[in-house]
Design a protein around this ligand. Structure first.
Ligand code: FES
Length: 190
């Protein structure tokens, strides 16, 4: 059987030119290579470009997700500002003692501490490290987290020692008619 003359395809954009790995002309290449004339280098290039696109898309989705969570934290919380709630009668809590209560809902445990005759403070009970329940120790002037020995200041809720870096969320209080009311929660960064 005589060889059929197969002219080389017209030259196009050199960047699109296929270079066979064995260097022989195009018409001497096996059929499968003529059917799929893609250079390894071009193939890698396309893959890298696709991979970069993919990474950019993932990064953008991640960033959008972070903004979404941030906006939920800012606007969602404002929308659901907790209602005022009675915690206890002033006379029911002696100086140097504390009690626990739920605020703003029943899944949020808090502590109310009486520091002096006319001074009360209240904090969210979740440790700002990994959310263990903290325990006030009025006799030492500290609030203790038993999980990793974290310590907070009793009067301010600021971290003193151990892994926690942020203060405990502070519950705002109001005293009227011999009763103590929780009026809101302040998340604090420093
Ligand atoms: S959870 Fe409180 S110190 Fe780690």
């Amino acid at each position: 059987m005589s060889d059929i003359y197969r002219p080389d395809p017209p030259r196009r954009d050199p960047d699109q030119e296929t270079i066979p790995p064995d260097g022989r002309p195009y018409h001497e290449q096996p059929r499968w290579r003529r059917d799929f004339p893609i250079d390894w280098s071009q193939d890698d290039y396309v893959s890298r470009r696709d991979f970069t696109k993919f990474m950019v898309l993932i990064s953008m989705s991640f960033t959008a997700g972070q903004f979404w969570i941030l906006s939920l934290g800012m606007f969602g919380r404002r929308k659901d500002a907790p209602a005022e709630r009675e915690i206890a009668a002033v006379d029911s809590l002696p100086v140097g003692k504390f009690l626990t209560f739920e605020y703003p809902d029943r899944y949020d445990s808090c502590v109310l501490i009486r520091l002096a005759e006319d001074r009360f403070v209240a904090y969210g009970q979740k440790c700002t490290h990994l959310s263990c329940a903290v325990v006030p120790k009025p006799e030492t002037g500290q609030i203790h987290c038993p999980c990793h020995e974290g310590l907070f200041d009793l009067a301010t809720g600021r971290p003193l020692a151990g892994p926690p870096r942020r203060p405990l969320p502070q519950v705002s209080l109001a005293i009227r008619g011999g009763k103590i009311y929780a009026t809101g929660v302040k998340e604090r960064i420093l």
